[in-house]
Ligand binder design. Structure first.
Ligand SMILES: Nc1nc2c(ncn2[C@@H]2O[C@H](COP(=O)(O)OP(=O)(O)OP(=O)(O)O)[C@@H](O)[C@H]2O)c(=O)[nH]1
Ligand SMILES: [Mg+2]
Length: 502
């Protein structure tokens, strides 16, 4: 069975960037001829592409986990790592990409539109690229950063010019089948259509798309029948056609009451901001099934009333095909008029994607902790720099400190009252924790240290075993003292109590 899938959650992992390489060129009489470690390759992106050939999100429903290729590691002799393979995911036109909280990231409505939904990680620089006049022979390289990882929701909204709405079995699917090449399921029981069908209609030199929507009933806006959920597919339509069944034998139903019920339901449908409410769009009426004699009589009866209410009315039959041509041409002219008006007015602003975290370089948040305040550094740059740092390598850690200093992180910490030894965390819950040792940039620049070292790190802040042992004894002594004091207090209290008793 083919299921119609109009909403899927994708679990994405873009490729990781390759690590940079630390390498030193060797020449015959010059064993240390300069750094030549190449850069790591960038991780592969995951890109969504609006593809007119694709009509459903089904393939993502079956395999929602997608990942990009990892970048290759840099190598000696200035060889860069290969870029990770990017993957392209074709999606139907009209796919809306949202983050799990429901915020729209992009609306892929034009053929060929591309959206880098998960950017790959950056390749790390090799030590050749990190060399500078001040740092002639870096003994470290940057690590590749992880690619973007997370979930996005794809939601398909059919992009149709004209929407057919009406009660179940009014003949919406029959109409679409009669005026286009679409072959939807048609049957004489309600709710035959469980998902919108799309057909392309050609009338004169106008080509437009028509969608039918699963039948609506009274109370659809509160979830009866299939509800109004499917109306989101026609949210963007230019015009509506009310398909009214003139041959129904159901008690209490006739074209006029049917229309009023549908109008009430449509009025309850909230369109997204910036779009015209459904009932303010052009609407025409198709009185269907006039091949049945009683239906034709009824159509003739209600027609004047509908026209008096301002509607253009077409009497049609999808069986005898009468009236279809007139209806198609009328719709074509509405669509063409709308398109001309659209072309004349400047295009509405396209969805702009906010670059994540680009508003500010970094921010420092002071949090209260059991052992004094914690200074939490947040921001895209510091987080990336931490990911790029090889914490096994003192020089790489020194480089990180330099970068943070240059960004102004140290100044900000001073401003917020951090003192040497304060706890500094870079990142969120899984951030990296430091004891802050302020560096004086001027001092750092004056110092010339041998390759592979950073003098600031030589001031080893870790206590030696002897120091630790000393601290331990001090603590034990203090504890013993406290215990003695308590004991003395207890005894004093007891003797007092005994005194009272006597
Ligand atoms: N006599 C006659 N019967 C029609 C006409 N159009 C549709 N029908 C019949 O009406 C029934 C319902 O048609 P559908 O096209 O499935 O109706 P629908 O509006 O798509 O219904 P749902 O998908 O359930 O909302 C079918 O048995 C059709 O054969 C028509 O012009 N004349
Ligand atoms: Mg149908």
């Amino acid at each position: 069975m083919v299921t119609f899938v109009d909403r899927v959650t994708l679990h994405l992992r873009a490729g990781k960037g390759g690590n940079g390489c630390v390498s030193v060129r060797r020449e015959k009489f010059k064993p240390l001829a300069g750094p030549d470690g190449g850069n790591g390759g960038h991780g592969g992106d995951i890109v969504l592409v609006a593809d007119p050939q694709v009509t459903t999100l089904l393939s993502y429903h079956h395999s929602p986990h997608r990942s990009g290729g990892n970048g290759g590691f840099g190598m000696g002799d200035n060889r860069s790592g290969a870029a990770g393979e990017s993957i392209e995911l074709p999606v139907p036109l009209g796919t809306v990409v949202k983050d799990p909280s429901g915020e729209v990231l992009v609306d892929l409505i034009e053929p060929g539109m591309r959206f880098v939904v998960a950017p790959g990680g950056l390749g790390g620089l090799g030590n050749a690229s990190l060399a500078s006049p001040k740092r002639k022979a870096p003994g470290f390289a940057l690590l590749g950063t992880p690619g973007w990882e997370g979930d996005v929701v794809l939601e398909l909204k059919t992009v149709a010019d004209v929407a057919l709405v009406g009660f179940p079995s009014a003949g919406k699917s029959s109409l679409i089948a009669a005026i286009s090449a679409a072959r939807p399921k048609i049957a004489d029981y309600p709710f035959t259509t469980l998902h919108p069908n799309l057909g392309v209609v050609e009338a004169g030199d106008v080509r437009f798309t028509v969608a039918d929507v699963p039948g609506l009933i009274e109370g659809a806006s509160s979830g009866r029948g299939l509800g109004l959920e499917f109306l989101r597919h026609v949210e963007r339509c230019t015009a509506l056609v009310h398909v009214l069944d003139c041959a129904t034998l159901d008690p209490g139903r006739d074209p006029l009451t049917d229309l009023d019920v549908i109008l009430a339901e449509l009025a309850a449908y909230p369109v997204p901001e910036g779009q015209l409410p459904l009932l303010e769009r052009p609407q025409v009426i198709a009185l269907n099934k006039v091949d049945v004699p009683e239906a034709r009589d009824l159509a003739d009866l209600v027609r004047p009333e509908l026209e008096a209410r301002g509607y253009r009315v077409f009497e049609i039959s999808t069986v005898s095909r009468s009236g279809l041509r007139e209806l198609s041409f009328a719709l074509a002219s509405i669509v063409a008029e709308h398109r001309a008006a659209q072309a004349a007015t400047p295009k509405p602003e396209r969805v702009v994607i906010r670059p994540r975290g680009a508003e500010q370089d970094f921010s420092v948040r002071v949090e209260g902790g059991t052992y004094g305040p914690i200074y939490r550094i947040l921001g895209a740059k510091p987080l990336r720099w931490v990911q790029q740092t090889d914490f096994q390598n003192d020089e790489a850690v020194g480089y990180l400190a330099d970068r943070l200093e240059k960004l102004g992180v140290e100044d900000e910490l001073y401003r917020l009252g951090a003192t040497p030894g304060a706890t500094v965390v870079i990142g969120g819950d899984d951030g990296v924790i430091f004891d802050w040792q302020p560096s004086l940039s001027s001092v750092a620049e004056l110092m010339t240290a041998p390759r592979g070292t950073d003098p600031r790190l030589d001031q080893n802040s870790r206590r030696t075993t002897a120091q630790r042992r000393e601290r331990y004894h001090e603590r034990m002594d203090a504890k013993a003292e406290a215990r003695e004091e308590l004991e003395a207090e207890r005894l004093a209290a007891r003797s007092e109590a005994e005194d009272d008793e006597q």
